[in-house]
Design a protein around this ligand. Structure first.
Ligand SMILES: NC(=O)c1ccc[n+]([C@@H]2O[C@H](COP(=O)([O-])OP(=O)(O)OC[C@H]3O[C@@H](n4cnc5c(N)ncnc54)[C@H](OP(=O)(O)O)[C@@H]3O)[C@@H](O)[C@H]2O)c1
Length: 329
């Protein structure tokens, strides 16, 4: 039976993208094994890019954006996910070439689905969302390489944003000595409350043109990329590593081989979209326990009518922390 529901839709129209809340029916949903009544989604930088003409993220039009969602299974052809099961879905093609989380219903392949771990409700899961998952993955990658609390200072760049603020909260909760780098003067006190031991300006990681600088940090979680990542590489201590996930500061990376061959540093790529599903489910178990950030219930909230403004804010680099989208929650 077809059900009418509300969705935020981005539709390309020549050189512009029309963004509006519309009514769709369950017949408009793509194929998939599992239909979810979406309770919460969230606002990520990639969602902003999916709704602007030059964004290079949306692969279909019209598209329901929303690269993550949490809700309850209402129909299922999968033995793993019976109706009534609470689930999380993010990444893969969601909100890119497959309708995403900014709608009251979503239909997805079963092998994209993560059971909601004990200890998180669906709102908290989206307060983590794609950005928090990426922060958690970054910490996990650094720890897989051997990083432990007590090893030294760990830098987080873009600290006031979604990935950055989650990384600050996670690292602090695990007992790391956290240095938060932020271009927002008015976010410094807030970052200390999240758990940063020190807050520095963006200039702390700016490149100077010299291939190696005085070592400052044993590790870094970087979602800014560009010149910032280049500056981080030149200041990592011997044996240090940076987990790189983003490009808010640019795509191009200028560096030399010297940090790698003289200090043995490592550049670890963090990709949230295509993590194999078993690894993804295991990481969510960590996000609900030892990687759970301390400020989960502080996320800002919008409904479907407020999504457009929230996307503009994140594209301007002006949002602080995480914003969840109340869909039917
Ligand atoms: N690899 C993946 O799977 C993955 C997953 C999620 C996100 N990402 C990427 O990670 C990045 C951050 O995503 P997000 O959702 O956390 O976005 P966000 O909330 O907008 O955070 C980005 C932060 O970067 C800093 N920033 C913005 N413009 C900058 C500039 N020109 N130079 C230096 N710093 C700048 C700002 O922090 P301050 O003002 O505090 O400096 C901003 O809050 C994006 O590039 C996104 O595409 C990648």
């Amino acid at each position: 039976m077809s059900t009418l529901f509300r969705a935020f839709v981005a539709a390309k129209d020549d050189d512009a993208v029309d963004r509006s809340v519309r009514e769709l029916t369950t017949e408009d949903l793509p194929d998939g094994d599992v239909t979810v009544r979406v309770a919460w989604s969230s606002v990520n930088f990639k969602d902003g890019l999916a709704t602007i003409p030059q964004g290079k993220v949306a692969r279909i039009s019209p598209l329901v954006p929303g690269v993550d969602l949490a809700g309850e299974v209402v129909e299922s052809d999968s033995d793993e996910f019976a109706p009534g099961t609470s689930v999380i879905v993010h990444g893969y093609e969601l909100g890119v070439s497959h309708h995403g989380g900014y709608a009251e219903y979503a239909r997805v392949p079963a092998d994209w689905v993560v059971p909601l771990p004990d200890g998180l409700d669906t709102r908290q899961a989206m307060a983590i969302g794609t950005a928090g998952y990426t922060a958690g993955l970054s910490v996990h990658l650094l720890e897989e390489r051997g990083l432990r609390p007590g090893d030294g200072r760990v830098l987080v760049t873009g600290a006031s944003g979604g990935v950055g603020s989650c990384a600050v909260g996670m690292l602090a909760e695990r007992g790391y000595q956290v240095v938060a780098s932020s271009g927002k003067e008015d976010a410094h006190d807030w970052l200390r409350r999240l758990g940063a031991d020190e807050v520095v300006g963006r200039d702390a990681a700016e490149p100077t043109g010299r291939p190696l600088e005085k070592p400052e940090w044993i590790a870094a979680v970087d979602c800014v990329g560009g010149d910032t990542l280049s500056g981080v590489l030149s200041r990592l201590s011997y044996g240090g590593a940076v987990a790189a996930s983003g490009n808010t500061g640019g795509f191009a990376l200028e560096t030399t081989v010297l940090p790698f061959i003289l200090r043995g540093v490592a550049l670890l790529g963090a990709d949230s979209a295509n993590t194999p599903i078993d690894r993804r489910r295991r990481l969510w178990d960590r996000l609900a326990t030892d990687l759970r950030p301390r400020h989960l219930d502080e996320a800002a909230e919008v409904d479907l009518d407020g999504v457009e403004q929230a996307l503009d804010t994140i594209l301007e680099g002006a949002s602080r922390g995480r914003t969840v989208v109340r869909v039917t929650g």
